[in-house]
Design a protein around this ligand. Structure first.
Ligand code: SAH
Length: 391
């Protein structure tokens, strides 16, 4: 009896897997005998082994774990987690004196499709985006224990927040219990609440861009929109900004922002926080700024919403241009995966034209190295940003 269920591909649909793309779409499948969540082996129409992965009866039917036969899945998960850790170690993140939070597993980018693991100073927060990956939670836990040893104090499984409600999954600690959640990023202190916060609790993907903002903050008046827990605001104040305004529509986010500002006291700057819609705030405020950060949530979740999203980026950036002094910077981002860099830059260009401002690109930004993109899976690239000099 075969150990794993089998998936056989249609003859004309084998190219993608031979190019190491980690997804097999349902239309490529000739035969399947598997339940949602099963580990399956994938074969060509002529019976050649191609891959092993996680099956789900949906558009993306198989997410591939390996392109070679696997005898021991425990070893595979531990090895993948070890490789991910070694990369973060190479990046200087695992032993850093000033940063003790980072992304350990970035899904396809770390060859574990649909799995996110973020590290917060001894706590690993896990989000499995598929039933199959959620069913592997004990292998994930074993791999984390093997790689971190005693450094791992707790593991919080927050997959329930991203899995279909019909599964009735509950968030739970797989190891240890709730911790204080105090982390450091480039020496700045942040309180992270992974249980009730957004995503895994903190937006680790903006670390390098917050650091970049420090070069443009001394003595400046800075507006941080979509501030969430105030990451950009804390860095700007610490770097000597004279005034920082943080804006978010969520009262909880504004509370987190205030808490984090208080954790990083300065004598030089003033901070004010506004619970408001950013579009309304930009329309009605009468202040001009030296630097503005625009880091909105994904405006488009799928291709059909892309046009609307591009129009929203244009409106948002146009409003920001109206609030910038001559000789100022705009940090502008899009984290919508379906909005590609040229669409986004086109939206910013349209806004700049309409504003009549002279605008130069200083930096092209993307996701940091602890959010790697698998070259065979370009869909993993989601974060795009520009730093603009505005006259
Ligand atoms: N820049 C943040 C992450 C932003 S996440 C960081 O570095 O941590 C996006 C945030 O935008 C969320 O906190 C959400 O509450 C907020 N948000 C979404 N739509 C909004 C709107 N129209 N106006 C104001 N805030 C909004």
């Amino acid at each position: 009896m075969a150990q794993f269920s089998r998936v056989v591909l249609r003859r004309s649909k084998e190219d993608a897997v031979r190019r190491f793309h980690p997804w097999i779409f349902s239309g490529a499948i000739a035969q399947v005998d598997a339940q949602d969540g099963d580990i399956v082996e994938v074969f060509s129409n002529s019976g050649e082994f191609l891959a092993i992965g996680l099956y789900h009866n949906s558009n993306i039917a198989v997410k591939i774990l390996a392109f070679h036969p696997v005898k021991d899945l425990d070893d595979l998960f531990t090895e993948r987690i070890r490789q991910a850790y070694q990369l973060r170690s190479q990046l200087g993140l695992t032993e850093s004196e000033t940063t003790n939070c980072y992304r350990l597993i970035n899904a396809e980018g770390d060859n574990l499709p649909g799995l996110i693991v973020d590290w917060y100073n001894g706590t690993a927060v896990v989000q499995a985006y598929s039933i199959g990956m959620a069913q592997q939670r004990h292998r994930i836990l074993a791999g984390l224990r093997s790689v971190y040893g005693d450094k791992l104090r707790s593991v919080y499984d927050k997959s329930a927040a991203v899995l279909p409600h019909t599964l009735n999954a509950k968030p739970e600690y797989l190891l240890g219990e709730k911790e204080e959640g105090l982390v450091q990023e480039y020496g700045h202190r942040f309180q992270v609440d992974w249980e009730t916060g957004q995503k895994t609790g903190f937006f680790l993907d903006q670390r390098e861009h917050r650091q970049l903002l420090t070069h443009y903050s001394a003595g400046k008046q800075v507006l941080n929109t979509f501030s969430y827990s105030g990451g950009f605001s804390v860095y700007a104040l610490q770097a000597g900004a004279s005034l920082v305004h943080s804006v978010d529509s969520s009262a909880k986010a504004i509370d987190l922002t205030k808490q984090n500002i208080a954790l990083n006291p300065t004598e030089t700057g003033t901070h004010e926080a506004f619970t408001d819609d950013v579009f309304d705030f930009l329309k009605t405020c009468d202040q001009q700024y030296d630097a503005i950060v625009l880091d909105p949530p994904a405006f488009a979740k799928n291709v059909s919403a892309r046009h609307q999203a591009v129009m929203a980026y244009k409106r948002l950036n146009l409003q920001a241009f109206h609030r910038l002094r001559s000789g100022s910077v705009l940090f502008t981002f899009s984290c919508s995966q379906v909005v590609q860099r040229d669409h986004f830059q086109g939206a910013v260009l349209a806004a700049a034209i309409e504003s009549g401002r002279s605008v130069r690109i200083l930096h092209h930004l993307t996701q940091p190295a602890d959010h790697p993109v698998n070259l065979f899976h370009p869909e993993g690239l989601y974060l795009k940003g520009l730093v603009l000099w505005v006259e």
